[in-house]
Design a protein around this ligand. Structure first.
Ligand code: AFP
Length: 329
């Protein structure tokens, strides 16, 4: 058996992982192991399952584990020595860390601590999504809103942790995308999926089809194409919708496919959050050969206007996203 490469070794070997990015990855590793451990105990201990009784800034019921994960990641980023500020999907405002070390740090992290959290209680895969930027404000001062509202093209790196049948960390940077699986024996993330490339087409599409009458009627022609014999495989694609974006995205990254969350009546601007969900996954998609758009525009080129901005989202295999866009014109 070939030697296992731990994430901590990979970080030292990779030339595009600077020392400060390595510190952020170490923070992600610490927090995600805490969250992963808690998830594996869900149902056995009190503080994991169920709603905690309040809504988050998005007006969605916060789950107990949303808050456990949010605290774990904020603590880890605050203490890693490389991050001057963060914004999280769970909090209304961004946080500028106040220590001298943090004020002199260069990096910003935007993250969704627990994507798909409505799936926690039913033992379905969920994940943490993160995105790393360099600050635009001056070092030595507190992080600003401007630091948080950079277009996705400015991401230095992005990734996610998927708490699925195994726990995996996917990390994307300039040189490409690599996947690490948490080995339960050593409790280490080990390189298991080097140089991930998303197939340019796949046999699966993911959309909440309950929304089909609440979105642009042109989308019906794309779904009809997916369900017909006229597509790339001359056979209907399979519909797969987990309802955890990170898990649907991961399947498409490995096997090829498209994920669609369009503007719908209940969410006229789209449901998914640009900063915490769409930009990081768009970065990973593009670095692995895929594509992410609003149906009209490239996600990474959008100039964010607010922390919790939502956008329509088409992400996945390049040819599939392009085909969907062509039918929306
Ligand atoms: P939560 O983290 O609040 O559960 O939201 C998950 C999510 O943003 C994304 O992960 C899913 O794909 C999407 O919502 C599911 O939304 P619908 O239930 O409207 O299909």
């Amino acid at each position: 058996m070939s030697k296992l490469v731990f994430l901590s070794d990979f970080v030292l070997q990779e030339q595009d992982v600077s020392p400060d990015i390595a510190k952020v990855l170490a923070a992600v590793e610490i927090a995600s192991k805490i969250v992963s451990h808690d998830i594996r105990q869900a149902g056995l201990v009190d503080h994991i399952l169920g709603a905690q009784g309040l809504d988050n800034i998005q007006g969605e019921a916060q789950q107990k584990l949303d808050l456990v994960a949010d605290d774990a990641f904020i603590d880890a980023f605050q203490n890693c020595g490389a991050v001057c500020g963060i914004a999280s999907e769970e909090n209304e405002d961004f946080v500028a860390f106040t220590s001298d070390e943090a004020k002199n740090a260069d990096l910003i992290v935007l993250f969704d601590p627990l994507d798909g959290s409505s799936n926690i209680d039913v033992n379905v895969s969920i994940g943490t999504i993160f995105s790393i930027y360099r600050r635009v404000s001056a070092k030595g001062t507190p992080a600003t809103l401007e630091d948080m509202l950079q277009p996705g093209t400015e991401q230095v790196a992005a990734g996610y942790v998927l708490y699925g049948s195994s726990t995996m960390l996917i990390y994307a940077a300039a040189k490409g995308v690599n996947g690490f699986t948490l080995d339960p024996q050593s409790n280490q993330f080990c390189l298991s999926h080097p140089n991930l490339l998303m197939p340019s087409v796949g046999r699966m599409y993911a959309m909440n089809e309950g929304n089909i009458n609440a979105c642009d009627p042109k989308l019906k022609s794309y779904l009809a194409y997916c369900q017909s014999d006229e597509n790339d495989f001359n056979a209907p694609y399979s519909g797969r919708y987990i309802g955890s974006l990170v898990a649907d995205f991961h399947r498409n990254l490995i096997k090829g496919g498209i994920y669609i969350y369009p503007a719908v009546h209940a969410h006229p601007a789209g449901r998914l959050r640009l900063l915490y969900e769409c930009n990081p996954l768009a970065f990973i998609a593009e670095k692995s050969g895929g594509l992410a758009t609003t149906g009209q525009e490239r996600i990474l080129e959008l100039k964010p206007t607010s922390l919790h901005q939502r956008v329509p989202y088409f992400v996945g295999s390049k040819n599939m996203v392009e085909k969907a866009m062509s039918l929306l014109q």
